[in-house]
Design a protein. Structure first.
Length: 76
């Protein structure tokens, strides 16, 4: 498997973990970890998508990354 496929799978896993943390835990410090992981993996996916000139894919990652973190920034 190439690095791009691994990053896509990692983004799916981090997204699921972020949703589960928001719904079930919403802890004091766990949100920092999941938001940081979402931003890191999402940014890497955006960079690789832009490198391959897949602008729609990069925009989708940006939109999903903002949507996953939006609830945390409203609560903070």
């Amino acid at each position: 498997m190439n690095i791009k496929k691994c990053l896509q799978i990692a983004f799916l896993v981090v997204g699921v973990i972020t949703i589960l943390e928001f719904v079930f835990i919403r802890g004091m410090f766990t949100w920092l970890m999941v938001v940081a992981a979402t931003i890191l993996v999402g940014s890497l996916n955006i960079i690789f998508s832009l490198k391959d000139k897949e602008f729609m894919q990069a925009t989708l990652y940006l939109l999903t990354m903002v949507a996953l973190c939006m609830g945390y920034f409203v609560l903070a």
